[in-house]
Design a protein. Structure first.
Length: 98
């Protein structure tokens, strides 16, 4: 008979995954800093509606393929895109708080 993992083991695994997600978000934010430099050099705006739409459509599709709620994933990525744009504004000197 298969007993499975204990609650503590499953929670420990989730904690490791959560730490990995945070590492990936930090890496995404560092890349946003690089994007800000490129956009500033090329005179491009921070917000790119087409890129945001493409990202959201792509992640919703990937979520659906994995059996995850696409709308929830879109919401998560809307937050990540806002975070990226905020980082880009700070890096390019367009921070609203200045």
């Amino acid at each position: 008979m298969f007993i499975g993992m204990s609650l503590e083991n499953v929670r420990a695994k989730i904690t490791r995954i959560d730490a990995g997600i945070i590492r990936l978000i930090a890496e995404r934010q560092e890349l946003a800093s690089e994007i800000a430099k490129i956009k500033k050099t090329k005179g491009m705006p921070i917000h790119d509606e087409q890129r945001a739409s493409d990202v959201l459509d792509a992640v919703a599709g990937l979520a659906a393929e994995k059996g995850i709620d696409p709308a929830a994933v879109r919401n998560i990525f809307e937050i990540l895109i806002r975070m990226s744009e905020e980082r880009q504004r700070r890096c390019s000197g367009q921070d609203k708080t200045q």
